[in-house]
Design a protein around this ligand. Sequence first.
Ligand SMILES: Cc1ncc(COP(=O)(O)O)c(C=O)c1O
Length: 398
Amino acid sequence: MKLFYGRSQEGPAMNKRAIPFLPMGGIFDQDDVSAANSVLQQACAETGNFFPLPEEILFQEALAKHEGAAKAVAVNSCGTALDCCMMALGIQPGDEVVTTPLTFVCTAGAVIGQGGTVVFADVDPLTLNLDPASVRQRITPRTKAIIPVHFSGLACDIEAFDRITSETGVPVIYDAAHAVGAKYRGKPIGGRGKASCYSFQSNKNMTCLGEGGAVTSDDAAFAESVRQKKTFGYVYGPQLRVVTIGFNYRMTKPQYAVGLTQLAKISRVIAMRQRAMRRMNDLLRDVNEVIPPAGHGPDHGSHLYVIRLNTDRVSFTREAFIKRLKEEYGVATALHYPAVWSWEAFAALGYNEEKAGCPVAAKACKQVVSLPIFPRTTDEDCDYIAWAVKQALADLKG
Ligand SMILES: Cc1ncc(COP(=O)(O)O)c(C=O)c1O
């Protein structure tokens, strides 16, 4: 159906279509299927087994190299990666951990899981990453860790966090769930801070058959503590020892095999995403009602394309905008993220906006809208999405 909007100021009318928010953030091809099939076939042979896992070692080595870290320990999710890091740091009741409110629940949940207290610091208004200056104001003698998130795939101000660690001794664990392949000043991020936690869940830029995660670190002793937490506290040797209370956070053999094929194409996936995101930034640059995301240069991991509805300039709500985009123009969106304190489980623990005192994050959490940009998003898709954004804004302005 050809549409014509007589009052449109936003360029020629476009054919309406549906742009879904895909559940798969990367590219899953025949090479991934073949890798999974081949290990399954080996495992199912009469002499085969699901153990030992040479693919685990190969995946960990490849990931460590790719992310510029001395060590990588693969686990079954980023949630468990963060849990292992909190355990390896010995977080316990009375300890405080500083993090961002603009994140997925498990960044903060990992702290609470160990009995610790989450202290929210504010974000930078441009990048939406944790603001090191705000973090400094939150540090007390009880602060045992800082967890910045490389939000959307854009690396945090790592040097500023390095300075905080060298001045205060507080270690930094990066939540790099969005950031496989991201760089900081042209270099991989996985060896920075005490450790970095990655997600390979299916909507990320690469996946290990739907779930997966890893901890990378330059600190071999810390990586070993994480490895023990992942595998029942085992230390292998002539005699098996159990040296700490540990758990089973392992992935399966086909997942490690697919992790290798996914890792081999992550640069291509990121380049495809970056291209679409740069185009979106160009298309939305002059739209005063939205704030496009910062910094889609070559270092950006480009996992999410998060715009903000400039609520200072419009009289309608973000929810009305999202509804109009979907119902009138077929463009699906997602929310990354409601503020952590706004979830009922965190509210029940006493966390709230007022207590957190993070005005920039509080506002951003009510403005963010993630647009559906994926590796195979074409120029035409970008043009349509940008047109739909402008149309929806014009409709709502009346
Ligand atoms: C910032 C952030 N941290 C952690 C996670 C958890 O990742 P996983 O699903 O692998 O546990 C996510 C997942 O979306 C995330 O966005």
